[in-house]
Design a protein around this ligand. Structure first.
Ligand code: HEC
Length: 164
């Protein structure tokens, strides 16, 4: 009887000690995760900035009017049903998109919208607002680069040479 009475608190102490060790290793886990990944989304800092998709880096170079004209034609057939340059529509206005997103992000959104909508916290927030997931328009990388040039030259960046 005496033995049992002693054994119960000992077991409780053992459990508490175990829980405290558990908490300690949990903290360490959070720290090591923070150094490898940027936030709760599980994406890297690069993915948060550049989006998720085939485009890793875009060298904008000097403005290319001919490329922008080609991009405008693609925009009208493949994007215009949902996007305007200067007003909210089915999707957000895109005239100023390069003031809030990197060129890589914009191209990855064109080329890989399903994964962007599923995983990128900023795009998830847009979906919550616009309620329509942007469909894949099956653009080639060349098409997407041309549309990017159109957004760059005709959008808000046009009046602001310092932005490019
Ligand atoms: C059927 C409608 C639809 C079409 C077509 C469409 N989009 Fe979208 N787009 C959206 C919606 C809605 C969002 C907001 C995110 C979401 O809900 O998926 C969005 C988001 C975006 C974003 C992110 C904007 C931001 O603020 O980060 C970019 C860039 C974009 N679209 C570019 C394009 C381009 C370029 C095309 C044409 C190749 C295109 N979209 C075609 C509906 C569309």
């Amino acid at each position: 009887m005496q033995r049992t009475a002693f054994a119960v608190p000992a077991a409780i102490i053992a459990v508490m000690a175990f829980l405290m060790i558990g908490c300690g290793s949990d903290d360490a886990g959070t720290k090591s995760q923070a150094s490898g990944q940027s936030d709760a989304s599980g994406l890297t800092a690069e993915q948060l900035k550049n989006g998720i998709g085939p485009i890793r880096s875009v060298d904008l170079g000097p403005p290319d009017e001919a490329l922008a004209d080609a991009g405008e034609a693609i925009f009208q057939t493949k994007c215009g049903a949902c996007h305007k340059m200067d007003a909210r529509y089915v999707g957000p206005a895109l005239g100023d998109v390069l003031t809030r997103r990197s060129p890589e992000f914009v191209m990855n959104m064109m080329l890989n919208p399903a994964e962007m909508v599923e995983k990128h916290p900023e795009v998830k927030a847009l979906l919550a607002q616009f309620l329509t997931p942007m469909p894949n328009q099956n653009l080639t990388e060349e098409d997407a680069r041309a549309v990017l040039e159109y957004l760059r030259l005709e959008g808000a960046g046009d009046d602001n040479p310092e932005a490019s």
